[in-house]
Design a protein around this ligand. Structure first.
Ligand SMILES: Cc1cc2nc3c(=O)[nH]c(=O)nc-3n(C[C@H](O)[C@H](O)[C@H](O)COP(=O)(O)OP(=O)(O)OC[C@H]3O[C@@H](n4cnc5c(N)ncnc54)[C@H](O)[C@@H]3O)c2cc1C
Length: 410
């Protein structure tokens, strides 16, 4: 049925992860009525720590989300890089005020559940957004201008039609397959992340410092930072390993502490002390994929991990989903009295986002290789790091952390 001139266009979003929730807020602001469908019956407070870099925190402020993290998110004072073998410092980069001055917005760390709750809070206060939980998308039909989602729920099968569909349904995206966009399935990268939240009082003093710590060793690295006002230490230990587990329900995969300690047996004793303090590890397979050639087909597009699964070595997975959301909203920002057509808006969105996301996918892969170097190559890496003054370290992150919103609006 044709729309009356003042009727709002309807956007359907599959998946209410960080990407889907941010996209709902961004599209509502540009005049869409948004229906968001999530297969989970409740948005559970799962996961652990997540970094919110300046390129994402500015967007979250714009979307009315950042202030909801006040008192929950923490602003680390610096990034400190150490050698896993000796514990000696290789490099530091100032964060905190210095990061805000350089990149205009804060570098934060928070619990993933707190970020999700803040997004959900903003979504629930937006009368143009309807969130349907327990609705699993099972199929998609579309032509040039309309798209219909088929869904299964406890109360029976559902069907919804809209002018636009955003596939924000994660790395194993059904929408990507249904729209014929993803011949390449996101695959296991050969790396496993071991994750833990340790009560701060059980952690050695060095791990309680208000900083993000990165330790590098052969085929292993370690990241930790304090969370929730310093009450917990978020720990991520990465190993090169095979994956034997359920890759869609990874957060319930428990890890054997003895196996982890074996992988870190040649490490400095202070780092091992931190790892030994943890009894409850979750193992998380890291996925990687080559960039997609296209993100959109007719009135359908992809966003977040559905469009560009990436290794977490620049901590940009969620940030890139948030950038996608801002770019998608900007692509439909009315520039004159006439609204932008869906296909034109999607072409604009893809043009502004694809190259940057692909660059970060590939840079994250390369970063992982650099982190896990061994022997003489690792020595050269460490010498190079020791020689870099903090200002030059910051300059190397400019391309990643600079605010992208100006480019989305051109
Ligand atoms: C449970 C979980 C915990 C995580 N923890 C961390 C963390 O601690 N730190 C970190 O840096 N990153 C974490 N990640 C990854 C990070 O959140 C993502 O890289 C980033 O947020 C991209 O989000 P996304 O919204 O694109 O995808 P996702 O976060 O994967 O969200 C996709 C959503 O789509 C839903 N969905 C999938 N298929 C369907 C379907 N057929 N119908 C309806 N809904 C569907 C899923 O249930 C999910 O809610 C986690 C991801 C998940 C799912």
């Amino acid at each position: 049925m044709a729309r009356t001139p003042h009727e709002k266009r309807r956007a359907l979003i599959a998946g209410a992860g960080i990407g889907g929730l941010a996209a709902a807020l961004a599209l509502s602001r540009t005049g869409f009525l948004v229906d968001l469908f999530e297969r989970a019956p409740a948005l559970e407070p799962v996961g652990a720590g997540i970094q919110i870099p300046p390129n994402a925190s500015g967007i979250l402020a714009d979307l009315g989300v950042l202030h909801r993290l006040e008192g929950k998110a923490l602003e680390p004072e610096r990034l400190r890089v150490r050698s896993g073998a000796t514990g000696s410092q290789l490099m530091t980069m100032p964060l905190g005020r210095e990061a805000r001055l350089r990149w205009d917005h804060p570098m934060l760390v928070t619990h993933r559940a707190d970020l999700q709750a803040a997004l959900l809070d903003a979504v629930s206060q937006d009368i143009n957004i309807h969130l349907e939980l327990g609705a699993r998308v099972t199929g998609v039909e579309f032509d040039a201008t309309r798209v219909t989602l088929q869904m299964a729920s406890d109360s029976g099968d559902l069907q919804e039609t809209g002018d636009l569909l955003v596939g924000a349904d994660g790395a194993h995206s059904l929408i990507r397959r249904a729209a014929g966009l993803g011949a390449i399935k996101a695959g296991y990268s050969g790396r496993v992340a071991w994750r833990a939240l340790l009560p701060a009082e059980q952690a050695p003093a060095f791990a309680r410092a208000k900083e993000t710590a990165l330790w590098l060793g052969p085929k292993t690295h370690l990241v930790h930072y304090p969370l929730r006002g310093g009450a917990f230490i978020n720990i991520v230990a990465i190993t090169d390993d095979e994956w034997r587990g359920d890759d869609e329900n990874f957060w319930i995969s428990e890890g054997d502490p003895k196996q982890l300690l074996r992988a870190f047996r040649d490490w400095d004793s202070s780092a091992r002390k931190l790892l030994e303090a943890v009894s409850d590890w979750r193992r998380w397979p890291l996925l990687d994929a080559e960039p997609l050639k296209r993100w959109s087909a007719g009135p359908i597009t992809l966003l977040g991990d559905a469009a560009h699964p990436m290794l977490p070595f620049f901590a940009q997975g969620a940030a890139q989903a948030i950038e996608d959301a801002a770019a998608l909203g900007a692509a439909f920002m009315p520039r004159s009295w006439q609204e932008t057509s869906i296909t034109r808006g999607l072409a604009d969105y893809e043009r502004k986002r694809r190259a940057r996301a692909a660059r970060i996918q590939s840079a994250s892969r390369k970063q992982g290789m650099i982190y896990h170097l061994a022997g003489p190559a690792a020595l050269v890496r460490d010498m190079g790091m020791r020689a870099l003054p903090p200002d030059m370290v910051m300059a190397r992150f400019d391309w990643l952390y600079e605010d992208q919103r100006g480019a989305f609006l051109t």
